[in-house]
Design a protein around this ligand. Structure first.
Ligand code: ARG
Length: 467
């Protein structure tokens, strides 16, 4: 069963057929191909190329085939080169010669570009829902830790205290941007290539805008050559998934750190951890590690498609058959990773006691001393020097900043009066951070309210019908 062959004296060589076949992966597009076929049939009828009876028969056969595909009664065979070939076989089985009429005015080149856009737009919603679920799990955890002090890090060294809710929300914002990118991508992906034919449009009186409308696209192509050549929508989708993968890997890495004995800030639920085959005591954060590891294949998918496209002459080239597996893999990968991460985050226990204890460690309140001096008109440059000397003294004495005697404070600098100790608590450092977006409990509560609303808005977008 081939869609070509009239001019060939021999059949394809086994080696060619094996290389060429794509039906084992593009079969996922079957139901989208059928939807596009319905729209195409209507347009052929409107053009007078199918009479009303023929249209009725074709639509009924497409419905029947759709059900057979969905239930698995109709399956592709290895003889079918691709999804389009298999479905034409299904139509011929149902309609005889009439089934051969539907191919008029279209090519697999415009079909496959249409099918993949339909598939991705549909799956983008499912992906968005899963991203929003993870964002929600992080936000709900954050809600419980709006005033839980934690040691904020730079260079994985104690830097300044933060509240742990702020930290968790810092992982939500990248996800919200990923959702925004997905919606933005969708606007550009909402262009129908159907009617572009092989590359030149059709001499038959087709109606690409009508087809576009029926399939939920915003508009039809402006240039038939671009319509069959363009895979920007694939590359852009893969950029969104690659960057999402990078974000998940950063969250994963932090969970690995937080659950280590050295940190001990978070405990994972048994259901979301794994054991070791030899060490009975082990409880490993495998989900977090897999999230970190899967970023590699997500980035790889983007690189493979960009590399495949680079330098390709217009219009369709068979190279472009390589566009599908990376996106299918990205969607499959993320639909495994995201629910697992969501479950892991929503069931984890935050060790508030250990975080609070760690918050002031490592002279993390030194900046408060410098800021205190600034409020007393000491130039920050000198304040930084003075505070540095105080830290050096504490390091030698193995004591904390607030344990230095009044005399020693004065020896470091006459500016350092005993009431500097007022700023040497984690709670005062946090409370002082009242400006929007900073880590004080007040602004974090404000941030939480905004983020909660945004997450809800994304759930709504993802559930809405495609338009
Ligand atoms: N299977 C092809 C693809 O995925 C579509 C078929 C176009 N083939 C062709 N020889 N024009 O890109």
């Amino acid at each position: 069963m081939r869609l070509w062959g009239g001019r060939f004296e021999t059949g394809p060589a086994e080696a060619l057929a094996r290389l060429s076949v794509s039906v084992h992966f593009d079969w996922r597009l079957a139901r989208y191909d059928i939807a596009a076929s319905r729209a195409h049939a209507r347009v052929l009828a409107a053009a007078g190329l199918l009479d009303p009876d023929e249209l009725g028969e074709i639509l009924a056969a497409l419905d029947d085939l759709d059900v057979a595909v969905e239930t698995g009664q109709f399956r592709p065979t290895i003889e079918d080169e691709d999804v389009h070939t298999a479905l034409e076989r299904g139509l011929l089985e149902r309609l005889g010669a009439l089934g051969g009429k539907l191919r008029a005015g279209r090519s697999r080149n415009d079909q496959v570009a249409t099918d993949l856009r339909l598939y991705l737009r549909d799956h983008a919603r499912g992906l968005a829902q899963q991203i929003a679920d993870l964002a929600q799990a992080l936000t709900e955890q954050a809600a419980g830790h709006v005033d839980t002090p934690a040691p904020g890090l730079t260079h994985v060294q104690h830097a300044q205290p933060v509240v742990f809710g702020h930290w968790l929300l810092a992982h939500v914002h990248p996800l919200l941007r990923d959702l925004d990118r997905l919606r933005d991508w969708d606007v550009r992906a909402a262009v129908s290539p159907l009617g572009a034919g092989a590359l030149a449009g059709s001499g038959l009186p087709l109606d690409p805008p009508a087809v576009a409308k029926e399939l939920g696209f915003r508009e039809s192509f402006a240039n038939s050559m671009d319509a069959v050549s363009d895979r920007d929508f694939v590359a852009e989708f893969l950029f969104v998934t690659a960057l999402l993968g990078v974000h998940l890997s950063r969250l994963g890495e932090e969970v690995v750190l937080w659950t280590s004995h050295e940190f001990g800030w978070v405990e994972l639920d048994d259901a979301f951890t794994t054991g070791s085959s030899i060490m009975p005591q082990k409880k490993n954060a495998d989900i977090a590690e897999l999230a970190r590891g899967k970023a590699g294949r997500l980035i790889g998918g983007l690189v493979s498609v960009l590399t495949m496209l680079k330098g390709l002459p217009l219009t369709y080239d068979r190279d472009m058959q390589e566009d599908k597996e990376p996106v299918f893999d990205a969607i499959d990968t993320l639909s495994l990773v995201l629910p697992a991460l969501t479950g892991m985050i929503s069931t984890m226990t935050v060790r508030v006691d250990r975080l609070a204890k760690a918050a002031p460690v490592g002279f993390s309140l030194a900046t408060e001393v410098a800021d205190w001096l600034v409020r007393r008109s000491v130039p920050f440059r000198s304040a930084h020097e003075i505070t540095g000397q105080l830290v050096a003294l504490c390091a030698v004495r193995e004591c904390e900043l607030d344990e230095v005697s009044d005399d020693d404070l004065a020896k470091v600098s006459p500016h350092l009066t005993p009431d500097v100790r007022q700023v040497l608590t984690v709670s005062s450092a946090l409370a002082a951070r009242t400006t929007p977006g900073s880590t004080g409990p007040g602004p974090v509560a404000d941030q939480l309210a905004v983020v909660t609303e945004q997450v809800q808005k994304w759930h709504t977008w993802a559930a809405a019908p495609i338009s």
